[in-house]
Design a protein around this ligand. Structure first.
Ligand code: AMP
Ligand code: GLY
Length: 416
């Protein structure tokens, strides 16, 4: 079979590395891919949101199956638009991520635990609501905002500024015309990615992202600076509660609403004093969760993906390795603010870890930085301690000018 994967990040690099191992795939293509994905796939030029271009790639290269991983092509209906089977939800099902109001209303209707909330399209009413409520409060742009559409406001002035930027200044374009204002929750966070065919849902190993830029969870939010799996806060008891109250009800709710979800459904959870609650859904694999969790997958990823598409997940066994995994992000100095690109990267051949390229290009055989998050270094071990140590050992040996990383990935989990 000829398979195409859409995307160009560390997540797609990790997925490509596993697809490349599948005995069923004859040719693997990526659009647009990156300097690391090139090792596994033939990279095709184009944009993941250009439906005509992706359709042409499918035709030109006789693609039989397409893996759609980024949020934006899912939100515009790439899966609906392609004439071949795809891994990923339809546009209607992808609303669980592309519209926070849709997700919140779904949870309310089906009694899925989440923060109390209200949806606003009027700036004046939103501001009045904040004035009457408690602080901190959480303000979320309804639509996709490159992971930057959530503001935790500690003062009325901060809330006012966030609402103004989203609703009046249109900082996130149409995505901020509607906002969700919700209750501030507290507790450890857990990411659970799950394979689903719309009826059966099989969660992967839980994980813990580290979203803040600096050590000790300080600094601005980023796309994720590192991750560990499994998440020690996700105990057997919590897992059962989550399955019964959140994971199964969500998949049933989407089916009931006439938009069954197939692909990877991501549950962003918070373990609060009053139970596990949904912070967010994503309609796709998480980044960097994928680069952390896939190294623990023993079964053939492509076989699982096809089962999700064909509705046979109940008959598909998914095996995981024992042990833990840690992935550390190497970023360009200055990220998530402005940073320089074009730095040459040196990666030793004998690393005891996997390297997934997130933002680098291959030029004349050399690997050159091209983005804020450059590399994910992922290692597994029989204990979390071992996985963390191996990942950092390898991370230290990779060299490029301006390399920065958090030095405490996994620390909180080891203390838990
Ligand atoms: P999201 O983009 O929805 O994942 O939100 C980004 C981050 O904001 C989450 O990972 C949480 O740390 C935080 N967050 C979102 N919603 C809430 C909430 N209701 N209470 C507390 N923190 C939140
Ligand atoms: N790691 C968070 C996300 O993928 O949205």
């Amino acid at each position: 079979m000829n398979v195409l994967i859409l995307g160009s990040g560390g997540r797609e690099c990790a997925i490509s590395s596993r697809l490349a191992r599948s005995p069923e795939i004859d040719r693997l293509y990526a659009l647009p891919g990156n300097g690391g994905i090139k090792e596994y796939a033939t990279c095709l030029p184009g944009s993941v949101t250009d439906i005509a271009c992706v359709r042409k790639a499918v035709e030109d290269h006789s693609i039989d199956y397409c893996v759609v991983t980024p949020d934006d092509p899912l939100a515009i209906g790439m899966v609906d638009a392609l004439p071949i089977p795809c891994f990923g939800p339809t546009r209607a099902a992808a609303r669980i991520e592309s519209s926070k109001a849709f997700a919140k209303d779904l949870m309310k209707k089906y009694s899925i635990p989440t923060a109390r909330y209200k949806v606003f399209t009027s700036y004046k009413e939103a501001l009045e609501h904040v004035g009457k409520g408690t602080l901190p409060t959480v303000i979320k742009a309804d639509g996709l905002a490159l992971g930057k559409g959530v503001v935790i406001a500690n003062t009325i002035a901060e809330a006012e500024q966030a609402l103004k930027e989203m609703m009046l200044d249109k900082k996130f374009g149409q995505s901020g015309c509607r906002v969700v204002i919700e209750e501030f929750l507290e507790g450890p966070e857990v990411s659970v990615l799950a394979f689903t065919d719309g009826k059966t849902i099989k969660p992967m190993i839980s994980s813990m992202d580290h979203k803040r830029a600096y050590d000790g969870d300080k600094g601005p939010n980023t796309g994720g600076m590192g991750c560990i799996a499994p998440n020690p806060c996700y105990t057997k008891e919590i897992e059962k509660e989550t399955m019964d109250n959140i994971i199964i009800p969500t998949i049933r709710a989407l089916e009931e609403e006439g938009c069954p979800f197939s692909g990877c459904l991501y549950f962003g959870l918070m373990i609060t004093k009053s139970g596990v609650k949904v912070i967010e859904y994503n309609s796709r694999f998480g980044d960097p969760e994928t680069q952390t969790v896939l190294p623990l997958l023993e079964s053939d990823l492509f076989g699982i993906m096809k089962a999700c598409t064909s509705g046979n997940l109940d008959k598909t066994e998914i095996r995981w390795k024992e042990g833990s995994s840690c992935s550390v992000v190497l970023a360009s100095s200055g990220y998530p603010g402005s940073y320089e690109k074009g730095k040459e990267i040196t990666i030793p051949k004998d690393l005891d870890a996997e390297v997934f390229i997130a933002g680098a290009e291959k030029k004349d055989g050399r690997l050159i930085t091209s983005s804020g998050r450059v590399i994910n270094v992922s290692a597994t071990g029989s204990t979390l301690e071992q996985a963390v140590e191996k990942a950092y050992k390898a991370a230290d040996r990779i060299i490029f000018e301006g390399k920065t990383m958090r030095t405490d990935i996994g620390k909180k989990a080891l203390e838990a």
